[in-house]
Design a protein around this ligand. Structure first.
Ligand code: IMP
Length: 188
């Protein structure tokens, strides 16, 4: 088990939702983690792993202690993978409605949600990427939600992430899969 000096890793993000969903997963796998709010430098790349590695370096340099950071992307097949690594920008600009509009009546609704988790402790850096495949719904569904939750239906489910309770979403999400891969390495 790799441990920081006071025992808790810092999960660095400006998005508290990510931490709220990561905490029960990491805790359940024996990883102590605390939230550190920060807006990290984001390099331009089509590759989530490249982006998240640079973010983790930035986070470590700011905090001087072991960190994990996360970067996600929604890759829509019929849009050649858009918005992908630009998902955050797309959400801020055209929004979920804009992505649905781009898809229009396209019968091919396949997509994947990917999460990249990077660890950095100053001497060692590791990256873990995982995805969940699913469909983009015809219209937003579900109330308590954030980001693309109202339009993503993971394979094998009939609900969008936004229609699920927290446990069901955490049980099926891209984030959980990437965190599990991280924890397997970290806890050893
Ligand atoms: P980011 O660049 O890592 O912040 O993530 C890309 C975009 O995907 C952001 O707009 C997030 O809000 C969104 N996103 C990431 N994970 C999820 C999720 O689990 N549900 C809904 N939206 C998400």
């Amino acid at each position: 088990m790799r441990r920081s000096s006071d025992g808790a890793l810092r999960f660095v993000s400006s998005n508290r939702h990510k931490y709220d969903e990561a905490l029960p997963v990491l805790r359940g796998l024996g990883v102590r983690v605390e939230y550190e709010r920060a807006r990290l430098q984001e390099v331009q790349s089509d590759d989530l792993a490249v982006i998240v590695r640079a973010k983790a370096r930035d986070a470590y340099c700011r905090l001087g202690r072991p960190v994990i950071v996360e970067d996600d992307g929604l890759f829509v097949e019929a849009l050649s993978g858009f918005p992908g690594a630009y998902s955050s920008h797309a959400l801020r600009t055209i929004g979920v409605a804009g992505v649905l509009k781009l898809l229009g009546g396209n019968g091919d609704r396949r997509a994947k949600f990917s999460a990249a988790i990077a660890y950095d402790d100053g001497s060692e850096g590791r990256t873990f990427v995982a995805s969940v495949r699913g469909m983009i719904s015809e219209a937003p569904r579900g109330e308590k939600s954030w980001g693309y939750d109202p339009v993503f239906v993971p394979d094998g489910q009939d609900k969008t992430f936004a229609e699920m309770g927290p446990d069901q979403k955490i049980g099926t999400s891209h984030r959980t899969r990437a965190l599990e891969a991280f924890a397997e390495w970290y806890v050893g």
